[in-house]
Design a protein around this ligand. Structure first.
Ligand code: SAH
Ligand code: MG
Length: 217
């Protein structure tokens, strides 16, 4: 837990929710224990996309499509979303959900391992990237994420604080989670200490890192 549960409860109660179809997809996903973004995270994402109006959006980790639909909804009608998912049952569910929401073909689902797909994406293609997949891989994928992000574009990474455990010393972390802990710390260090990047780590939901790839000067 990163912020007081009472504060999170209050903020969730304050949230007006999504349109009906999105809310339905959200509830089904929660019922099926799919780790979709939290309400606070959804609200932040909506606000950001309303502000930035990105045209080309990339998501890593589609699950059943909830956050992709939310991004399509919030970013304006001429945006396009490309989202990657590798887990077959979720791909099938995401495709069914895509049919339900329509979205006029604005969402493209790429099937397969992001580790294979990311290096194949066009350089400087995307205005906005939402990183929400296997936490142990963020660090290894960072060069590809930065390469396909346009200068001036934004990389938003979810689950970077890992329920707050990221702040613990590695010795306080169970052996099984140490590699992920170490890699996520290195990821945050790079995002905050690379000259071409400007990053703010936010205690929203499970921790969000918001990174701007600076324009070349
Ligand atoms: N963004 C979604 C939730 C994503 S959950 C939402 O909020 O609605 C994380 C997803 O990343 C899982 O469905 C998992 O199968 C997928 N994933 C994990 N590792 C991956 C990889 N290497 N390649 C593609 N997808 C991956
Ligand atoms: Mg997440």
């Amino acid at each position: 837990m990163i912020v007081l549960p009472r504060v999170t409860e209050y903020l969730d109660a304050l949230d007006p929710g999504d349109r009906e179809m999105l809310e339905e997809i959200r509830n089904e996903a929660l019922r099926d224990r799919i780790p979709i973004i939290r309400r606070e995270t959804a609200r932040f994402l909506r606000t950001m996309l309303t502000l930035l109006r990105p045209k080309e959006i990339l998501e890593v980790g589609a699950a059943v499509g909830y956050s992709a639909f939310l991004m399509a909804d919030a970013s304006g009608e001429d945006s396009r979303i490309t989202t990657i998912e590798s887990f077959a049952p979720r791909i099938a569910k995401a495709r069914r959900n895509l049919e339900r929401v329509g979205m006029n073909g604005r969402i493209t689902l790429l099937e397969g391992d992001a580790g294979r797909i990311l290096p194949e994406l066009l350089p400087e293609r995307y205005d906005f990237i939402f990183m929400d997949a296997a936490k142990g891989q963020y660090l290894g994928w960072l060069p590809y994420l930065l390469s396909c992000l346009k200068p001036g574009g934004v990389l938003l990474s979810d689950n970077v604080l890992q329920e707050g455990s990221i702040a613990e010393s590695r010795y306080a972390i169970g052996r099984r989670d140490r590699t992920i802990h170490e890699r996520m710390r290195e990821y945050l260090y790079r995002l905050t200490h690379t000259e071409e990047l400007e990053t703010s780590v936010l205690t929203v939901g499970d921790g969000l890192a918001m990174t701007v790839k600076k324009e070349k000067s």
